[in-house]
Design a protein around this ligand. Sequence first.
Ligand SMILES: *[C@@H]1O[C@H](CO)[C@@H](O)[C@H](O)[C@H]1NC(C)=O
Ligand SMILES: *[C@@H]1O[C@H](CO)[C@@H](O)[C@H](O)[C@H]1NC(C)=O
Ligand SMILES: *[C@@H]1O[C@H](CO)[C@@H](O)[C@H](O)[C@H]1NC(C)=O
Ligand SMILES: *[C@@H]1O[C@H](CO)[C@@H](O)[C@H](O)[C@H]1NC(C)=O
Length: 218
Amino acid sequence: MVAIVSLLTGLVALSSPATSGAVRRRSITPPAGCPIPTWTVNTFNWYNGSHSLDCIHNQVDISAQGCLCGTGWCAPDPATCNGSMVNVCWTGMPNYQPWGYGPPQTLDIKFADGLTCHDQYIGYRIHDIGHGESNCGYADRGEGRIVAFYGTSDVDSSIGHMDYTLGDGHALTCDNGSSITYSGSVDFPVTCIHDADFNATCTAPVFQVPVLSYEWVS
Ligand SMILES: *[C@@H]1O[C@H](CO)[C@@H](O)[C@H](O)[C@H]1NC(C)=O
Ligand SMILES: *[C@@H]1O[C@H](CO)[C@@H](O)[C@H](O)[C@H]1NC(C)=O
Ligand SMILES: *[C@@H]1O[C@H](CO)[C@@H](O)[C@H](O)[C@H]1NC(C)=O
Ligand SMILES: *[C@@H]1O[C@H](CO)[C@@H](O)[C@H](O)[C@H]1NC(C)=O
């Protein structure tokens, strides 16, 4: 359940991102008799449209009103709206692509070991793509796995950051029967292509997330 001991190497904190290329760090040596995972990200794909709804950071969107007509959106004009004028950012609004907005943000991360993360913006923090913890599928979050991605899609070329926590539910077993789990971090290059509407499609070359700390799981 709860970790009893947590040991960190002195190298965990990555304070200032490098200006180019992935910052490579060596994984820790695990305690004797314990397995250590290898985390390779084969696919990284992030779509952030210039008009994707953003109810967390964009004040214009936060205050915007739309015309909810039936199960969808009509032109946001109170004079012609045959449904009701509502805030587009209210919880539970349909499909998160109100009238006049572009497709919602999406993030897809595929690890070589089979883990696949898909996130789609749905209006609250755990889906705040590019700003930290992302949705790795709720079933898996229950196991404690966390994929946190930090980055920008505003420029063609930048450095992203990922913090990865394996989670107690995915603990590995050491020779002596103790359970152990791991975390890691990495900086990696992100390349974004912008279309004529400034919709951004961002990718990263294959990268590894080094294992930088471990925790005993009881
Ligand atoms: C409201 O009007 C639009 C056209 O302006 C129409 O497409 C839509 O079906 C109407 N919805 C309802 C609920 O009447
Ligand atoms: C790009 O953005 C425009 C404006 O929001 C939107 O209409 C269009 O669907 C987007 N295109 C793609 C390929 O996402
Ligand atoms: C997503 O795109 C919008 C519109 O271009 C931009 O303002 C915002 O900074 C982008 N988000 C991130 C995390 O880069
Ligand atoms: C297994 O070994 C680790 C050190 O390698 C130790 O901390 C842990 O308490 C041991 N577990 C058991 C059940 O002896």
